[in-house]
Design a binder for this molecule. Structure first.
Ligand code: GRF
Length: 237
């Protein structure tokens, strides 16, 4: 997440994320990257509208010009841009344009179906989050997205799944974990029923992670994200 105020700062071995002055409303300007339905985008928009996040969604970028998410952004009066990968000669040029559009923002990936270049990740290090519909590090990595995740979960017979919000680094789905929530797998679950229960939980977890970021309550030490003690109640409720 980013801009003039929001940033990541080194404190000893730790990195503190978020704005310098958390009391300043609108200090975090979020750029959300989407490719599809945008239900997580909607949850973030709604949390901002309820005043739960010290900041706002300032731009939505979609890799798919037909994504419902673009319509959600427009309905909320937020600039929405479609950057279709095939209209760029290569990934590097596409990501360079993405960096240009997003440079004054902190970034949330919300169902963005593109692998980002190292240059993009470097640009937003410590300021870019993603949500994954399983309990990482299980059922993540290259090729694990959408229904494939839930199919793999059901095929393996695990008893719990859930979702994970993490910072994005160069390892696919391997960045520092911010928050996780558990969803029990039922014997009669289908991909659709499990996905629907996980989606409900995602819509609470992602805005909460962004809220903690915006309030400067996240510190990373390598792969560990420490949440400020005074936020424990929020995280456990
Ligand atoms: C979610 O399941 C999320 O975990 C994954 O992509 C999906 C996006 O759904 N990264 P939506 O577009 O937010 O509805």
């Amino acid at each position: 997440m980013t801009n003039g105020n929001a940033e990541t700062r080194k404190r000893g071995n730790a990195t503190q994320h978020g704005p310098d002055n958390p009391g300043l409303r609108d200090s975090v300007r979020i750029g959300v990257l989407v490719s599809g339905h945008g239900t997580n985008l909607q949850a973030i928009l709604d949390a901002c509208a309820r005043g739960e996040i010290l900041g706002r969604v300032a731009v939505v970028v979609s890799s798919n010009p037909k994504a419902d998410a673009l319509e959600r952004a427009r309905r909320a009066g937020i600039p929405a841009v479609a950057l279709t990968p095939r209209s760029f000669p290569d990934r590097a040029t596409h990501d360079a344009r993405l960096i240009e559009v997003l440079q004054a923002h902190d970034v949330s990936l919300a169902g963005f179906l593109r692998i980002l270049t190292p240059a993009f990740i470097e640009q937003f290090r410590g300021r870019i989050m993603n949500i994954h519909p399983a309990l990482l590090p299980a059922f993540g990595g290259v090729g694990m997205y959408g229904a494939r995740v839930h199919e793999a979960v059901l095929a393996r017979g695990v008893k719990v799944s859930g979702c994970t919000v993490h910072f994005v680094d160069e390892s696919p789905d391997g960045g520092p974990i911010i928050l996780q929530a558990v969803v029990h797998v039922r014997d009669d679950d289908s991909v659709e029923s499990l996905a629907a229960r996980i989606a409900e939980v995602e819509h609470r977890l992602y805005p909460l992670a962004i809220r903690l970021f915006a309030e400067g309550r996240l510190h990373t030490h390598g792969k560990h994200v420490q949440i400020a003690r005074d936020a424990y109640e929020l995280v456990r409720s």
